[in-house]
Design a protein around this ligand. Structure first.
Ligand code: AMP
Length: 223
């Protein structure tokens, strides 16, 4: 099963992708996580990527497309994957269609997590992540079960993302509105996009996603 999770920054894509990964045994492909690893590598390229990410802008399409093209060819993607943070532009969506066709794959579901702007700002302002595995938490809505210890990997170290600062958040919303929202009609026209209420609590959103995933594949064939 191959899935795209779409939604603005803070809509819960990463949190829900991790849950789908665990439940269905298909791999989460987060372009944000891949880029954060590149940014932390200390190479000149990594430093350039970090500067783009910290400003809230998008990394160039070619870089991202090549990254995903290589990644979906890996053996752990054979059972399926959840794209989290990709595609983010119309050229990326078009390139995804071409690469899926080349690999003989199809999209089963495209799910949009629908969240209003005020909720997004509130969520991003309290967000923190595990420094080791990237699991996402929130000061008010989603604390680790044991205080100060990551539920997923047990690490005691947490960080706040540089791009969750208010200036970067404003830029990321603007980028989403201008560059990412135009891909919604792209998938609506193909009859594959399903909207899920992303404002509900985390378990309710998971339940709604599960009901979409258990419905017949949203797509009739290769896209
Ligand atoms: P995320 O963790 O998905 O919020 O992504 C964090 C940042 O990584 C974004 O603000 C972009 O700078 C960069 N990024 C992630 N995915 C993409 C993508 N598909 N295209 C371009 N830039 C991306």
């Amino acid at each position: 099963m191959n899935i795209i999770l779409l939604g603005p920054p803070g809509s819960g894509k990463g949190t829900q992708a991790k849950r789908i990964e665990q439940r269905h045994g298909i791999v989460q492909l987060s372009t944000g996580d891949m880029l954060r690893a590149t940014a932390a590598s200390g190479t000149e390229f990594g430093t350039r990527v970090k500067a783009i990410m910290d400003s809230g802008q998008l990394v160039p399409d070619d870089t991202i497309i090549e990254m995903i093209n290589d990644r979906i060819a890996q053996p752990d993607c054979r059972r399926g994957f959840i794209l989290d943070g990709f595609p983010r532009t119309v050229p990326q969506a078009e390139a995804l269609d071409a690469m899926l066709a080349r690999h003989g794959l199809k999209l089963d579901h495209v799910i949009l997590l629908d969240v209003d702007a005020a909720t997004l700002v509130d969520r991003l302002s309290g967000r923190f992540t595990c420094n080791r595995c990237g699991a996402s938490y929130h000061e008010r809505y989603n604390q680790p079960r044991r205080e100060g210890i990551c539920d997923v990997c047990g690490s005691p170290e947490f960080v706040r993302r540089a791009d969750d600062r208010p200036e970067a958040v404003t830029a990321r919303f603007e980028v989403y509105r201008r560059q990412t929202e135009p891909i919604l009609p792209y998938y609506t026209e193909r009859g594959i996009l399903r909207r899920v209420d992303g404002v509900a609590d985390i378990d309710a959103v998971t339940a709604e996603i599960e009901s979409v995933l258990s419905s017949a594949s949203s797509s009739g064939g290769p896209v």
